[in-house]
Each structure stands twice: as structure tokens, then as C-alpha cells.
Design a protein around this ligand. Structure first.
Ligand SMILES: [Zn+2]
Ligand SMILES: [Zn+2]
Length: 408
């Protein structure tokens, strides 16, 4: 078996893994780094099947670029496939507005969907002599670990979360001889999730009780919906704005991926969906506003913050990782934000709550021990070597983008 990372080996973002199983070639993910302009993986190479782990842009954002050049079957859960479409269309819109070179067009998105072969968790399908099975990765709704089997076998985790959340069931290890696993949080241990959630709820209660409001800058895919599930029962006036609403309605129409579809539906009903400018005026007075973008680099969130800049009773609670160079990182580190080209310093309180959807260091080790492979290939991380001392029992490979690795 030969492996080649076209992206995402020593970095978090633009994951793309090309695999040669002898007679069959496959690629897992073809993502991008959502920079301005986006950064793409190495050019695609022709394969028989393209497999998607999940619908975040760093895994799915360049898929149409492949289909612009080549054909292949496209395997994904129906949830991943449905969720990625509006974001791919949005990528074209942003390129038009910002004047970036467009790497794909609407026809390429249509081509991608014409090749879609949906698969369910636990289902096995085959491509020539290669069998593959989809397993729940616990990261966001529809997220998939792929197990490939022919003469040997290989498990590819994609992004991985190994604890139950309010929304999703945890990923469980599946035995394989070879394991390609993400390592975003190598060297870092998460605070207990239930404690984080308890703290978030009690801080929201406090801020609202003191006459303030809470703005939750949030990723559209997965986190918006988890936050709805986490706080909908608090008896507060909650507004949800931005792309998260589009994704929520896709989730409501794609059953079978949540711990409880019914509970999710009930929670969504308790929130107000902001549909236009007039709703937005009403939402300004809500107790809690859940809105994109998650890293404060655009979207309705900046309008809400602008409206409350001087309000020291109110708060901005950040629940997701803030990449270096983003407005969110600047707010956390320096207390400043760039809005409409000028630097502002909101008087609102800023606090961080670690609700990561990636396994922490100890959870990664536990998962690897559960898979019990011969060989571990670490990717999707900037500090992969921090896992090495805990992986002495395995043959460990740290690949780099563009290198070909041969495995027997
Ligand atoms: Zn992800
Ligand atoms: Zn990722």
C-alpha cells in the first residue's frame, strides 16, 4: 500500500490523502485552508473513489477541484454530503466578491453530486477488490472514519471526538493493522466537558441576570447546533443568526445522526431564527445570540458586537479554537477586534470555554490503544511529535505533504 499526503500532514487544514491499494486508488478528503485567499492541497491525482470524512472546509472545501479534472465515485454519509453543498456554493460567492482565483465552478459541484454514493454507519461497500466500511467519528453530525480492507487494512479517522456530547455519540475504536489518525490536540488535555458546560451555563445566567447579553461567535457546522442543545432549556430568549441556520435546517431534514433527533427538534423550536434585517433588530435585544463567524472574521457577529461595544455588562463567550491571525485570536490575546477596517476594543467581557470537538492528547492515546494497530500514521497536527513518548509500542510515521510512503 502506498500513501501520499497532498495536504494536511504536518498542518491543521487542507487534508488530502491519496492511497494506492495496488489495483485500486482512493483519496480521503480534499480540503482547503480557509485563508484569504484559501490555500489548496497539491494538485489532485486520478483515483477510483473519493471518500469524505466530514463537512468542514478543511476536509471538503476543494472536492469540486478534483471533479473539475477527473471522475471518481464519491462516498460520504448523506449528512456530510447535504451539509457541504451550501458551503461550497458560498466559497464561489466569496471568491467572486473578493476577486480570488476560482478553483472550481457550479458545474464542478454538480459533477461531485452526480457521483455521490451515500453510505450509512456500519455499512460495507466495495470498489473492485477494496472493501470499505463507514464508522461514526463523533466529531460533527455525519463525520465518518473509513476502514479500508484488501490484503491488509487501514483505518482513517478524519477529525475525531471520543466522548458523547449533547448532540452526538462518541467514536469507538475499530481494530486495524494501520491507522491514520488526526493529532490536532497532541500535547494538550481538555478540561472535562461537563464541567465546561456547567460553567458556560452558569456564566450565561450571571451575565443575563445582571442585565447584560451574551454573544456566542460560533461555527455554522456542528457547534451552532450543539450550543442550541446546550442552552435551549435555560428559559432565555435565544437568537440564532448566520449560516448556522441553513445548516440547522439541513440537520432537521437529515435524520439518523443525532443522539436524539426529537430532542434536537424541540431545542431548535425554543430559539429564534434570524431571517433578515428586521429580525436582526429584534435579535439585538435577545439574552443570547448564537452567530457566525466562529473566528469573528466576518458575518453577522460583528454587527452584534458593534451594537454593544460600550456595554460592560455584556459578554462575548468563545467556545471554539481561534486560529492565529484571526480576529478571534486578537480579541482573546489583546482585547481588540478589527471591524470595518478599524481596530476597536469592546468593553464586553471576553471568556473562553473549551468545547473542542477534537480528542485531547490522552483521548487520542486511549483511542489508538483501542484500535491496537501495528503502525500509526499521525497527521492533521502541528505538534505531532508530542504523542511519540506515549506511542513507544507502535511503529509511528510522521508523514510530510508530498512524500510517498510505502507500507507492507
Ligand atoms: Zn473538522
Ligand atoms: Zn479538520
Amino acid at each position: 500500500m502506498k500513501l501520499k499526503f497532498l495536504g494536511g500532514a504536518e498542518e491543521v487544514g487542507r487534508l488530502a490523502i491519496k492511497m494506492d491499494f495496488g489495483g485500486v486508488k482512493a483519496m480521503v478528503d480534499y480540503g482547503l485552508i480557509p485563508e484569504k485567499p484559501p490555500e489548496y492541497p497539491l494538485p489532485p491525482e486520478k483515483v477510483d473513489g473519493v471518500f469524505l470524512t466530514h463537512s468542514h472546509l478543511d476536509h471538503a472545501g476543494s472536492l469540486p477541484v478534483y471533479f473539475n479534472k477527473y471522475d471518481a465515485n464519491f462516498y460520504a454519509t448523506i449528512m456530510s454530503a447535504n451539509s457541504i453543498r451550501p458551503m461550497l456554493e458560498d466559497t464561489i460567492k466569496i471568491a467572486d466578491i473578493e476577486g480570488y482565483t476560482k478553483m472550481f465552478n457550479k458545474d464542478d459541484i454538480s459533477q461531485l453530486y452526480s457521483m455521490l454514493a451515500p453510505i450509512k454507519y456500519g455499512e460495507t461497500d466495495s470498489l473492485k477488490d477494496l472493501d470499505f466500511t463507514a464508522h461514526n467519528a463523533g466529531h460533527i453530525p455525519g463525520s465518518t472514519m473509513w476502514k479500508f480492507t484488501n490484503s491488509t487494512d487501514l483505518l482513517v479517522t478524519g477529525d475525531l471526538y471520543t466522548r458523547d456530547t449533547n448532540l452526538l455519540t462518541a467514536a469507538s475504536p475499530v481494530h486495524a493493522e494501520n491507522l491514520i489518525i488526526e493529532s490536532t490536540y497532541a500535547g494538550k488535555i481538555h478540561e472535562d466537558r461537563q464541567k465546561v458546560i456547567d460553567r458556560l451555563r452558569s456564566r450565561i445566567k450571571e451575565v443575563v441576570g445582571n442585565g447584560g447579553k451574551v454573544i456566542l461567535p460560533t461555527f455554522a457546522v456542528g457547534r451552532t447546533q450543539e450550543l442550541i442543545m446546550t442552552i435551549a432549556d435555560m428559559g432565555l430568549n435565544i437568537a440564532v443568526d448566520g449560516m448556522g441556520n441553513t445548516i440547522t435546517s439541513i440537520y432537521l431534514h437529515t435524520p439518523g445522526f443525532f443522539r436524539s433527533q426529537n430532542e434536537f427538534r424541540k431545542a431548535v423550536k425554543k430559539t429564534m431564527h434570524v431571517r433578515g434585517q428586521r429580525d436582526r433588530m429584534t435579535a439585538m435585544d435577545a439574552d443570547v445570540i448564537i452567530t457566525t463567524s466562529g473566528m469573528l472574521d466576518g458575518g453577522p457577529v460583528l454587527g452584534y458586537i458593534k451594537n454593544s461595544l460600550e456595554d460592560d455588562k455584556s459578554a462575548i463567550f468563545i467556545t471554539g479554537y481561534q486560529v492565529e491571525g484571526t480576529n478571534g485570536r486578537s480579541l482573546m490575546e489583546n482585547g481588540t477586534l478589527n471591524i470595518d477596517g478599524s481596530s476597536v476594543r469592546p468593553k464586553m467581557k471576553v471568556e473562553f470555554f473549551d468545547m473542542s470537538a477534537h480528542a485531547g492528547h490522552d483521548e487520542l492515546i486511549k483511542f489508538i490503544d483501542g484500535v491496537n494497530p501495528k503502525r500509526v500514521i499521525l497527521c492533521h497536527g502541528e505538534n505531532r511529535e508530542k504523542l511519540l513518548p506515549d506511542l513507544a509500542n507502535y511503529e509511528v510515521i510522521l508523514p510530510y505533504n508530498g512524500n510517498e510512503i510505502e507500507i507492507n
